[in-house]
Design a binder for this molecule. Structure first.
Ligand SMILES: Cc1ncc(COP(=O)(O)O)c(C=O)c1O
Length: 352
């Protein structure tokens, strides 16, 4: 039987439109900085993709700085917008924001403590708060975060890597100064992303090199990757919560608690815990049955440490957390098959 892939927050399969656009470009080898026809063809492709990525987040093309992914975009935001000053973030950010030393706590649902954020933001250069959490899907109230940052005179960045493609993201409506994107979370290839920086705001380069990306990110552009990113951005479809809700109803009937269930969330992420069941063991048991889920961010699993995000919620045993993240191609039937597998796996693990 076909495997069931419920780990779309780790990465999601390449969208057919992205694949087709990339294949078409594999042999178009021109350097976008070259002024001849080969170079101009590559430049046109990069700029077309830039328009498509900009459109996904309500930005203009000049605001898009292509990077090697979400990790680099976040690092560029900290270094470029933090300007050597204090950077304030939350306890539940992706590890690529670990450079932000001051962290506001979150409540039991994963929402940032606004009073603490306000205290920390005083005198800070940058406030960076994620839009959607990678493990729970919990959405932060960015309007409140922006208000806090503006009052403190700080710039605002949001890591929108896990939000873009799942909910509508509009840089101007959010009123942030910059946001991070990663192509492989929304149907594009790995190794490409963007920091979208509001016009008029300087962001210095992290690397030393050429003049690419209007001096904000040197290095010959990843043309094929950028082309795939653009096609994936243009192909993003609205997501519904139907499958997530179906899964959670079934899991709750089996005794699960759902992390962040009381907060606004993206419609496709569910983080559940079954009392007395180690999440790692459940993940492995499901894998043997042909089902891919995870126990936390892909980059921190394997460390055997429980997820810092779930620890930050301060509720229950963080080792019990299992993340089910849904995406393109998942079906009701797959949800039902996983729910049907769970009772015997839970019993087996509890009795081991
Ligand atoms: C919230 C969040 N930010 C940043 C990243 C990093 O993106 P990338 O894998 O493109 O470096 C990820 C993905 O792991 C993520 O989930």
């Amino acid at each position: 039987v076909a495997r069931i892939y419920f780990d779309h927050n780790a990465t999601t399969p390449l969208h057919p439109a992205a694949r087709a656009a990339m294949v078409e470009f594999l042999d178009a080898f021109g350097n976008p900085s070259s002024l001849h026809a080969e170079g101009r063809r590559a430049r046109d492709a990069v700029e077309h993709a830039r328009d498509r990525v900009a459109a996904l987040v309500g930005a203009t093309r000049d605001e898009v700085v292509f990077t090697s992914g979400g990790t680099e975009a976040n690092n560029l935001a900290l270094a470029g917008l933090g300007r050597g000053g204090r950077v304030v973030a939350t306890a539940v950010e992706h590890p690529s924001l670990d450079g932000a030393r001051e962290r506001a706590h979150v409540d039991g649902e994963g929402r940032v403590d606004r009073d603490e954020l306000r205290r920390l933001a005083a005198g800070a250069a940058l406030v960076s708060v994620q839009l959607a959490n990678h493990e729970t899907g919990v959405l932060q109230d960015l309007a409140a975060v922006v208000a806090v940052a503006r009052r403190a005179g700080a710039r605002v960045h949001t890591d929108a890597v896990q939000a873009a493609g799942k909910i509508a993201v509009d840089m101007r409506a959010l009123d942030v100064d910059a946001l991070s994107l990663s192509a492989h979370k929304l149907g594009g290839p790995k190794g490409v992303g963007a920091l979208v920086v509001r016009e008029g705001i300087d962001v210095g380069p992290l690397l030393v090199g050429g003049h690419q990306e209007r001096e904000r990110r040197p290095g010959t552009e990843n043309v094929v990757g950028i082309v795939g990113f653009g096609a994936a951005a243009a192909a993003v479809e609205r997501q519904s919560a139907e499958l997530r809700d179906r899964f959670e109803a079934g899991a709750i009937a089996l005794g699960a608690r759902v992390h962040g269930a009381g907060a606004a969330r993206v419609p496709t992420t569910s983080n559940v815990a079954f009392a007395g069941v180690d999440g790692e063991l459940l993940m492995q048991a499901l894998d043997l049955e042909g089902v891919a889920v995870s126990t936390g961010a892909a980059c921190s699993s394997g460390s055997l440490e429980p997820s810092p995000v779930i620890i930050a919620l301060g509720a229950g045993n963080p080792r019990e957390a299992v993340r089910v993240s849904l995406g393109r191609g998942n079906t009701r039937d797959e949800i039902d098959r996983v729910l049907a597998l769970l009772p015997s796996l839970l019993t087996r693990i509890r009795n081991a």
